[in-house]
Design a protein around this ligand. Structure first.
Ligand SMILES: [Fe+2]
Ligand SMILES: [Fe+2]
Length: 300
């Protein structure tokens, strides 16, 4: 099974009435869009969509921040631009990012659910979405309408997730957790994550330490990685990075991940845009990451 993991597309749009700029919040939003416009190259989106389409993956997982300020117009643009990837809703899963809940109004009017809700298993989190007989995605939502970029996983969600994964009949052999907020980051990104972390990530880490081998697919920090956190040796932490990011330093090439699952084996390729061409870089491989099918049945 091959899964494309995309995140943090950050469609932006200048859609401000100048009079609204007298309002402090609207002014903040306008500033944010201007900053994002310098940072994210929308003109690259079609090339990204074509690259993903060319891979013909079994499933596409998008871990949030499709928009910048959660305006209906940004959601509409994101939906139209990604149209080529959204043809078969059975093969696409989308969870929200903090920017998709940026304003209280967008939460109140369920903007994310309106435009991308059909690619989630349920409107209430957590949910477990099976991908075939042995693999499933656990969807979590730690976003909130908040001026800061920090998140918090509601206590009920944490408790429900624990119940779902403790249920041997429901716990898949290959578990993939999809959450916009990482619960760990490689040392080079740790400081950046600390500023905009999920406030109660430690509670989720306690739960995940007990659930056995799992992939944790996230975004939020705009850098691609695949690594096993020291504190969570059962987790392969995956971040897709931001596919439209301008990368003047060459240290964070924009792109997405292609994850291949075969029996116990997990391998991850980062499709990185180098400015003039794509580079498919293998960044992780473990031939025995997940339990063997027989061993898993014996445990269950
Ligand atoms: Fe983001
Ligand atoms: Fe984010």
């Amino acid at each position: 099974m091959r899964i494309v993991h995309l995140s943090d597309i950050h469609v932006w749009r200048y859609a401000f009435n100048p009079l609204h700029l007298l309002n402090k919040r609207a002014f903040g939003m306008a500033e944010l869009v201007l900053r994002r416009a310098r940072k994210f190259r929308l003109e690259r989106l079609l090339a990204v969509v074509e690259r993903v389409q060319g891979l013909d993956a079994d499933h596409i997982l998008i871990t949030g921040d499709l928009t910048t300020t959660a305006l209906p117009e940004e959601f509409r643009m994101a939906r139209v631009a990604l149209d080529g990837l959204l043809v078969d809703r059975g093969r696409v899963t989308v969870v929200p990012g903090n920017h998709d809940r940026y304003t209280a109004g967008s939460v109140r009017h369920h903007q994310f659910e309106r435009w991308f809700g059909e690619f989630a298993q349920s409107t209430t989190y957590p949910w477990l979405r099976p991908l075939g007989a042995e693999t499933a995605i656990l969807g979590l939502d730690a976003t909130r309408s908040h001026l800061s970029a920090t998140g918090r996983l509601p206590a009920e969600q944490l408790a429900r997730a624990g119940e779902m994964l403790a249920d041997g009949a429901r716990r898949p052999r290959r578990l993939i957790v999809a959450c916009h907020y990482p619960v760990a980051a490689p040392p080079v990104y740790a400081q950046e994550l600390a500023h905009k972390r999920m406030k109660n990530a430690a509670e989720l880490r306690v739960l995940l330490a007990e659930v056995g081998p799992h992939l944790f697919c996230s975004g939020h920090v705009h850098a691609a990685w695949a690594y096993v956190p020291e504190a969570l040796p059962n987790q392969l932490s995956l971040n897709a990075g931001a596919p439209l990011l301008r990368d003047p330093t060459g240290l964070r090439p924009p792109g997405f991940l292609e994850i291949t699952l075969h029996n116990q084996d997990v391998s991850v390729v980062h499709h990185a845009w180098l400015g003039t061409e794509w580079d498919a870089r293998p960044i992780y491989q473990d031939p025995s990451f997940f339990p063997a099918a027989g061993a898993f049945l014996a445990q269950g």
